[in-house]
Write a protein that binds this ligand. Structure first.
Ligand SMILES: [Zn+2]
Length: 332
C-alpha cells in the first residue's frame, strides 16, 4: 500500500502520506481498517472529512468474501485499490459523479461529490467507475496528475543544506546543473548535478555578504559572483572540471550582484554601488574592463538577462517604486 501511493500520488505531486503506524483511539489522520467481508473496500468520507474517523478507510487484503478473483493475484488488487481509496483520502470524488459526465458513462453517482471540478472530464482516471480499465490499473492518468498537482502542488526534491540567501542556478550543458547558496556560516556553497547524481554541498572558503549570481557562457563553464565581507565583488569560476580560486573584482556594493553573458567568453557583472547607482564590469575573454558608472538610483538589486548576441536588458527598482529598464545592445 505504501509503495502504491509512493509511486503514484506522491511521485507526481507535492503530497506526502506520513505517520504510517498503528492507530490509537485518539489518532488523527487517515485511519485504515482491514476487513475481509462482503463489503467492497471504501472510505466513509472524502479528504479532511476523514481526519481521525475510526475505520475511515476500509481495505481488504485477502479477498475471501469480496471479489474472490483478486485472491489469485492479491498484490495487483491491493495496490490498485490503495491508489483509488487514497485518492478519496486526498479529497477526490468519483468521476462519474460529475454533472458534465458524458451520456456514454452510465454508472450511477456513488459517494460524496466534492466541491469543484479540478480538470476536464477524464475517461481514464483511477477514480472513474466508467473507466473500462478497473481503477485504471492503479496508474494515474494525465488528468489525475494535473488534478493532484492543482491541489497539492508539483513534486519537490529536497537538496538539503542550510542557507541564508536565495539560490542561484546555472547550467553548463545538457543535463548539468550547478546550484549555489550562502550557507548558515556565510560561506558560498555549491552542489552540482553531473547527469546521474548530486555532488556536494561543497563550501568555498571565505565570508560572503550577498546572494550569489551565476551564469554559464559555454560547455563546462560557470561563473559565480558574490559580495565579499568588505562589499567588493568576488568572482569564482568553473573551467572544465576545475574551479578557480577567488578573484577580487574590487568596487563596493550594497545589493546582490547580477550577471549575464552576451556570448562565448563574455561576462557582464552589475552591482548597486555605495552611491546607489548601477555599475558594470565586463570580461572579453582576456581582460576585465574598469567598473563603468551607468547612473540611476537603485532601491533594489539589479536583474540582468541576455536574449540574443550582444543584447542584455537590465531592470531595477527606482525610489518611486517603479521599475526601470536599460538596454545594452553592443553598446548602451
Ligand atoms: Zn471509490
Amino acid at each position: 500500500m505504501r509503495n502504491a501511493v509512493k509511486y503514484t500520488w506522491e511521485f507526481d505531486s507535492g503530497v506526502r502520506f506520513t505517520g504510517w503506524s498503528a492507530c490509537s483511539p485518539n489518532s488523527s489522520g487517515i485511519r485504515i481498517s482491514v476487513a475481509d467481508t462482503a463489503d467492497p473496500p471504501h472510505v466513509k468520507a472524502l479528504g479532511s472529512d476523514l481526519n481521525g474517523m475510526a475505520k475511515g478507510m476500509v481495505l481488504n487484503l485477502t479477498f475471501a468474501n469480496w471479489s474472490p478473483g483478486c485472491a489469485t493475484n492479491p498484490q495487483y488488487c491491493i495496490e490498485t485499490i490503495a491508489v483509488h481509496e487514497s485518492g478519496h483520502a486526498l479529497g477526490f470524488a468519483h468521476e462519474q459523479n460529475r454533472p458534465d459526465r458524458p451520456s456514454t458513462c452510465t454508472q450511477s453517482a456513488q459517494g460524496a461529490s466534492g466541491d469543484w471540478l479540478v480538470t476536464p472530464w477524464d475517461a481514464n482516471p483511477v477514480m472513474n467507475g466508467c473507466n473500462p480499465t478497473w481503477n485504471n490499473g492503479g496508474v494515474l492518468s494525465r488528468y489525475d496528475v494535473s488534478g493532484v498537482q492543482s491541489v497539492y502542488g508539483v513534486p519537490w526534491d529536497s537538496l538539503g543544506g542550510g542557507f541564508t540567501s536565495a539560490p542561484a542556478v546555472a547550467s553548463r550543458g545538457v543535463n548539468r546543473l550547478d546550484v549555489f547558496g550562502r550557507g548558515l556560516d556565510n560561506q558560498l556553497y555549491h552542489r552540482e548535478w553531473d547527469g546521474t547524481g548530486w555532488i556536494g554541498w561543497t563550501p568555498h572558503a571565505g565570508i560572503i555578504t550577498s546572494d550569489p549570481a551565476a551564469v554559464s557562457w559555454g560547455p563546462d563553464r560557470v561563473d559565480v559572483f558574490v559580495l565579499g565581507a568588505d562589499g567588493s565583488m568576488m568572482h569564482w569560476a568553473r573551467v572544465g572540471t576545475a574551479w578557480t580560486t577567488w578573484e577580487s573584482l574590487g568596487g563596493g556594493f550594497t545589493a546582490s550582484p547580477a550577471v549575464a553573458s552576451r556570448g562565448m567568453y563574455q561576462l557582464d557583472v552589475f552591482g548597486r554601488g555605495r552611491d546607489n547607482a548601477l555599475w558594470m564590469k565586463s570580461w572579453n575573454g582576456a581582460t576585465w574592463t574598469d567598473w563603468k558608472w551607468l547612473g540611476g538610483e537603485l532601491t533594489s538589486a539589479p536583474e540582468a538577462k541576455r536574449w540574443g548576441a550582444g543584447r542584455i536588458d537590465v531592470v531595477y527598482r527606482a525610489p518611486d517604486n517603479s521599475f526601470r529598464r536599460s538596454v545594452f545592445n553592443n553598446g548602451w
